[in-house]
Design a protein around this ligand. Structure first.
Ligand SMILES: Cc1cc2nc3c(=O)[nH]c(=O)nc-3n(C[C@H](O)[C@H](O)[C@H](O)COP(=O)(O)O)c2cc1C
Length: 454
């Protein structure tokens, strides 16, 4: 347990040895528990058809093995991730704030929108190819910024970048990532964007922005809705104190020898490599540095910062985390190149609307002047089509590629993106749209919430 909290000793192996030993000892007990308790995945495969006709039989299971090709949907990659990750990491990946109403809304908003497909349309040539911020992309999707990816797998940021590059879509690297932006920038063919959290004094963001420019980042994404950290109670239930996991969480982690081997045993606790030098020397341990950065995000941050950054960053500049139409108007006036509507994956303010709820009105405001992106709840190719039909230029997917990276590294990310793409291409044909340009509200109908089964 103490290995997760002590300042790191010299050798990574020595750092992880106590957990590795506990892992071997615990593996048998864990396997026995799993045999008794069935799959650890919380997803319930029959849920979509329960009301229709299946009523729980035949029993269904998502795929949790090792053959990525057998993961046919994002839910399979999710089940694979659930099989492999310890509880505290899964909670970090999946959880939302407080009652998780914002998190639930993101999926439910997609469920409320139904298609009205057109028939007898020639859809023999279909393509998702598009441009994002003026440059070609294989589909209108961006891999969203996510921090602390090293807890899912060693070098997960590089894996996400590789998966995105191989799939022809941009990757946004988080300020709280665990690989340097220079190393990520080396990934061949990558469209590399940098996500900025403002913390500390002005010199911090100024240096990060200058570095991102030198590292070849082609766009900057300022996240605006995290200056106060969301109340993520389910994460906290795994913590005895803010810097110490509970004994049961540590034992649960110790029972995952595969995860230990892919993470702590080789790298020790992940380090926030791009920002650790800004943290006081005595606060550079894993938990302490995360808390220090979190506590030094100025709650006084206002629209002034947008103008200041705009003056220094001449490449495309986007604001992420908007959920108010006045802010969308203001962003256009502030001279940014795009906005990303979203609730930070339901992890910040609870009880918000979702990005999908706003996208149609937001489109009316921005017109063709700036890019309009949406983040939150994308798990299917049909979600991508719904977002586009309702007004988005592209979506940013967070958890879907993370399930892939936790399941199988870069190949898993590639598989997640391949699944979303092939689902979208297939659904376009069924919808009667041959190109993205044809998508629009004419294909969509919103059901009253009482009709939604999800
Ligand atoms: C584990 C995790 C970490 C995240 N870290 C960041 C981050 O560092 N910066 C950021 O702007 N957004 C972050 N987000 C929000 C995502 O960029 C994205 O908006 C959100 O995940 C979208 O919802 P989805 O996961 O349903 O696709 C994070 C989300 C998750 C799930």
């Amino acid at each position: 347990m103490r290995a997760l909290t002590r300042p790191a000793p010299a050798s990574p192996l020595a750092r992880a040895a106590p957990l590795a030993l506990a892992g071997v000892a615990g593996a048998a007990a864990y396997a026995a528990l799993r045999r008794r308790g069935g799959s650890s995945t919380s997803a319930e495969p029959n849920r979509h058809t329960r009301l229709a006709q299946l009523n729980g039989t035949p029993a269904r299971r998502y795929y949790t093995g090792h053959n990525l090709k057998r993961a046919v949907a994002i839910e399979d990659l999710r089940a694979m991730a659930h099989e492999r990750l310890p509880r505290f990491a899964l909670e970090y990946l999946e959880g939302g704030a407080e009652d998780e109403a914002s998190l639930m809304r993101e999926r439910r908003a997609f469920a409320e929108w139904r298609f009205t497909p057109k028939t007898l349309v020639d859809v023999s040539h279909r393509s998702l190819a598009t441009t994002i911020l003026g440059k070609p992309a294989a589909m209108p999707l961006i891999v969203a910024p996510t921090g602390l990816n090293g807890v899912f797998r060693n070098h997960a940021d590089i894996d996400l970048a590789r998966g995105a590059a191989a799939s022809g879509v941009p990757f946004v690297q988080s300020t709280m990532s665990n690989e340097t932006m220079e190393d990520v920038g080396e990934v061949p063919g990558l469209r590399h964007w940098w996500q900025l959290y403002v913390f500390g004094g002005d010199e911090v963001w100024q240096e990060l922005v200058a570095r991102a420019d030198r590292a070849g980042c082609e766009a900057l994404v300022l996240t605006t809705n995290t200056q106060i950290f969301g109340n993520r109670e389910w994460e906290r239930r795994n913590e005895a104190t803010p810097s110490l996991l509970t004994i049961s969480s540590v034992l649960d982690a110790a029972c995952r020898p595969g995860w230990l081997a892919r993470t702590l045993a080789t790298q020790g606790m992940p380090v926030f490599k791009n920002v650790i030098d800004f943290v006081p020397k005595d606060q550079r341990g894993f938990f302490a540095s995360a808390m220090w950065i979190r506590d030094h995000q100025p709650t006084s941050m206002s629209w002034d910062i947008v103008g200041k950054i705009r003056q220094r960053w001449t490449k495309p500049f986007l604001l992420k985390g908007l959920l108010n139409l006045d802010d969308v108007r203001r962003a256009v006036d502030a001279g940014v190149d795009g906005v990303v509507l979203g609730s930070h994956g339901g992890r910040q303010l609870d009880w918000t609307v979702s990005a999908l709820d706003l996208v149609g009105e937001a489109r009316k405001i921005v017109g063709d002047r700036i890019a309009l992106h949406l983040t939150g709840g994308v798990r299917r190719g049909t979600d991508l089509l719904k977002a586009l039909a309702l007004g988005a230029d592209a979506v940013m997917a967070g958890r879907a590629p993370l399930y892939g990276v936790a399941a199988a590294g870069a190949a898993g990310v590639g598989r997640a993106l391949e699944i979303l793409k092939s689902e979208a291409i297939n659904a376009m044909g069924l919808l009667g749209a041959a190109s993205l340009a044809e998508l629009g509200p004419q294909f969509m109908m919103r059901l009253p919430e009482s009709f939604v089964d999800s």
